[in-house]
Write a protein that binds this ligand. Structure first.
Ligand SMILES: *Cc1c(COP(=O)(O)O)cnc(C)c1O
Length: 430
């Protein structure tokens, strides 16, 4: 595969942009090799600067649920362009988007638009703290909630649940307010809640984790968290930046029937434009300024072009429930192919799958939390990643990312993907 243009762009980029990229995972550091510079994409296919064609398994990390260059979204953006790009003033469109979100997402009665998932989660925990007048939060090991200081916290050593900074620049003062629990371990959360009784403002979780690879909640886990948060007056926040509008039109909360107090959204909500949102119970949301005392603002929040894209995306999802049937079938068929390939090759790697999200972990043990995810063989994954790229499949460049399918993933694409998957796995184990 010729990637001369990508190589030379990456060399140049490194002179002007830290690490040559605007978000770390894009640098392919954990899998090796040079990142591809992308020029264009359509439907289920993506093309780099050198003209190589790939089956698209990242889909902008989730937003391109309907495939690239969805004509309805593009048309909505084109129409919005001629009215100017930004006003910094209220618009009719943002009210429509807010109304639609409250209809679609069970927990959301009121919603505030922001510009990224990171902004949504940072704002949500500030609000939960302001509302409860408590300081600490609980987060789960392996869950990602954007790059806000309070979330860049690693588990303490041994049995310690007090977090330690996971990045230089995060202060120990911030870290001490973040308590870390293992995913799917309700008892550990109960213990933390007891130890820090009366101190915990919020518990934030990916109801289906996508940021340690795809990890599903065990039966009863989310329900258990709901009960615990009620008992301790903790604001339960579902971070559905990834799962929102993907697993169902109302996200994981609709699918599992567990309703959080607050929800953070992003990715799909912008249809590909930079958008995030946080919403929840009226009573809590009315604590946000100017209705209430908790400050949060944004010059470009509710940007009219972003709202046009988001509205066009969400309207399609709202009006066409069959899209979810199709997405889930695509997910099921794709995963079935991978499983058959593994079986044919007598390999027993773990596949975690729900709807249109899945991960193939290079371990034969179940993956239920960050610890078990880390047991996967990342060297094997790197070989798999590079092999797939050579075969024309653009996977997320890390073992600890989920793959996101789109409605553009038609049968012929699934067949091509499956063949590449078989050939690469076979070559790896020859
Ligand atoms: C992507 C993601 C975020 C961060 O969103 P950005 O738009 O990248 O800031 C937060 N939470 C979850 C669950 C995510 O997947």
């Amino acid at each position: 595969m010729n990637i001369e243009k990508s190589k030379s762009l990456f060399a140049k980029a490194q002179g002007y942009i830290p690490g040559g990229v605007n978000s770390p995972v894009r640098a392919f550091k954990s899998v090796g090799g040079d990142p591809l510079f992308i020029k264009t994409a359509k439907g289920a296919m993506i093309y780099d600067e050198d003209g190589n064609e790939f089956i698209e398994m990242i889909n902008s990390w989730g937003p391109m649920l309907l495939g690239h260059a969805n004509p309805i979204i593009e048309e909505a953006v084109r129409k919005a362009l001629s009215d100017s790009l930004s006003f910094g003033a209220p618009t009719a469109r943002e009210v429509e988007v807010a109304e639609l979100i409250t209809h679609m997402v069970p927990s959301v009665e009121k919603v505030r638009m922001v510009n990224s998932g990171t902004e949504a989660t940072m704002s949500a925990i500030r609000l939960a703290r302001g509302y409860t007048r408590k300081d600490k939060i609980i987060k789960f090991e392996g869950c990602y909630h954007g790059h806000g200081d309070s979330f860049l916290i690693a588990a303490g050593s041994g049995a310690a649940t007090l977090g330690t900074p996971d990045s230089p620049g995060v202060t120990p003062g911030t870290a001490k307010d973040t308590l870390i629990a293992p995913y799917n371990d309700l008892e550990a959360v109960q213990e933390i809640a007891q130890t820090h009784k009366g101190e915990i403002a919020a518990l934030i979780i990916e109801p289906v984790a996508g940021n340690m690879g795809c990890v599903l909640p065990k039966e009863g886990f989310l329900e258990g968290l709901r009960t615990l948060c009620d008992a301790h007056e903790i604001v339960l926040i579902f971070d559905e930046v990834m799962t929102g509008f993907r697993l169902a039109k109302g996200g994981a909360q609709e699918l599992y029937g567990v309703i959080p107090d607050m929800t953070t959204l992003g990715k799909i909500i912008g249809g590909g434009m930079p958008v995030g949102a946080y919403g929840g119970k009226k009573e809590i949301m009315d604590f946000v300024s100017p209705a209430g005392p908790v400050y949060q603002a944004g010059t470009l929040s509710g940007n009219p072009i972003a709202m046009a894209a988001g509205l066009a995306m969400l309207t399609q999802l709202e009006e066409n429930p069959a899209l979810y049937t199709k997405l889930n079938e695509i997910g099921a068929r794709t995963v079935k192919e991978v499983q058959q390939n593994l079986d044919r090759l007598s390999l027993s790697y773990t596949i975690n799958h729900i709807g249109s999200m899945f991960s193939l972990f290079f371990t034969d043990a179940p993956v239920v939390d960050f610890r078990s995810a880390k047991a996967a063989d990342t060297t094997k994954f790197s070989g798999y990643f590079r092999g797939m790229l050579e075969q024309g499949v653009y996977l997320a460049p890390s073992q600890f990312e989920a793959l996101f399918l789109s409605t553009a993933f038609e049968d012929d694409i699934i067949a091509l993907f499956s063949k590449a998957n078989y050939d690469v796995l076979k070559a790896m184990h020859a």
